[in-house]
Design a protein around this ligand. Structure first.
Ligand SMILES: [Fe+2]
Ligand SMILES: [Fe+2]
Length: 353
């Protein structure tokens, strides 16, 4: 009789623990995403409004923060890298000031513009800091970084793990392209760390935030001849995707490409891209996620009409960002606008397979 009683009590406790663990797992999480603020305070010498609206980066990022603060029930904000013009200390301070006005925790990753530059004869480099200093300015609730590291993993809601990667690598001037190499990769040490984090959290829902994409977004990005287009997605993308696939990662959010939100399903993972704050069409995204699906809405960052007009004018006038497939003609302009504005994916929903 006593044994039977003990059996019932233990069964009851196990049942309660089981039900409790189920009820605590996240069922719906709302979060926002911005990317590529490229903060450059107007007082800095040489800052101007081009394809990137250098002089407007502070205003645009502040306006994005103000709008995101109005979204009810928001849990956190993702910031997809290229935080500063080129890792200048004054721009790091300014971005930290702006993002700290968010009412919820935010998580940043480093972009190719957030590390020290190697000076070369063609360019006067500004005073850029080491990426470890940039990461060090965004520790804890203000950025998600952990001391001494440039990447992290955090449980951002019950059983929802966010992994922030560091895809930045040395930017060396490439004379043939007349550009600094802006490619990225996940280095060997970080790959080992990544696998250990994925293994540890394999029973949870995992999402990844990264600056460089793991997939090309356009035919030109696949080109071997135009190596500067290839620099839009990481060098070892296949290797990283294979690792994420092995552990059932659900979604990857990236920035860097400066196109509006769209997505691809590659290697059993949904890859989303976040629009840039600093370039046309200046936008942010609000996501809602459950363990089964992800829905989103892309919104314009409020700015005076003259700023929008300038952004579009500078966008259309820029030869470089058009790439080989968008020639300067009425049809070329239309294709160019469609590629960067992506009107079909302003709103949407996907169901995880
Ligand atoms: Fe960027
Ligand atoms: Fe970038």
């Amino acid at each position: 009789m006593r044994k039977k009683k003990i059996f019932y009590v233990i069964t009851f406790i196990i049942l309660i623990l089981f039900i409790t663990s189920l009820s605590f797992a996240f069922d719906r999480v709302k979060f926002a995403a911005i990317s590529d603020p490229h903060i450059s305070i107007p007082q800095q010498k040489g800052v101007s409004d081009g394809f990137k609206l250098g002089l407007k980066t502070v205003m645009l990022t502040e306006n994005a923060v103000a709008e995101i603060n109005k979204v009810p029930d928001l849990k956190f904000v993702l910031v997809g890298g290229d935080l500063t013009q080129d890792a200048e200390p004054w721009n790091i301070d300014e971005l930290r000031r702006i993002l700290d006005a968010l009412k919820v925790p935010y998580y940043v990753v480093l972009g190719n513009h957030d590390l020290s530059l190697v000076p070369h004869e063609k360019k006067d480099q500004p005073m850029s800091l080491s990426k470890y200093s940039v990461a060090g300015a965004f520790i804890g609730r203000s950025g998600g970084m952990v001391p001494g590291m440039t990447y992290y993993a955090h449980e951002v809601a019950k059983d929802l793990v966010l992994i922030g990667l560091d895809t930045s690598r040395a930017q060396v001037f490439v004379p043939e392209a007349n550009l600094n190499d802006y490619g990225g990769r996940v280095d060997v040490g970080q790959m080992r760390w990544l696998e250990s984090m994925l293994k540890k959290n394999r029973k949870k829902t995992i999402i990844v935030l990264t600056h460089h994409s793991m997939v090309p977004w356009h035919e030109a990005d696949k080109s071997k001849e135009h190596n500067f287009w290839r620099w839009f997605w990481m060098d070892n993308a296949e290797e990283v995707r294979a690792l994420l696939k092995k552990y059932g990662v659900r979604v990857v959010f990236s920035g860097h490409r400066h196109i509006s939100t769209r997505y691809q399903y590659v290697d059993d993972i949904y890859h989303f891209i976040t629009p840039a704050v600093s370039t046309y069409p200046m936008r942010y995204v609000v996501y809602e996620m459950t363990p089964k699906e992800l829905s989103w809405e892309v919104k314009n960052i409020p700015a005076p009409q003259e700023v929008w007009d300038l952004a579009k004018k500078n966008f259309l006038a820029n030869k470089w960002w058009r790439g080989p497939d968008h020639p300067e003609s009425p049809e070329g302009d239309q294709k160019y606008l469609e590629f960067y504005e992506s009107p079909q994916t302003m709103k949407g929903k996907i169901t995880f397979k």
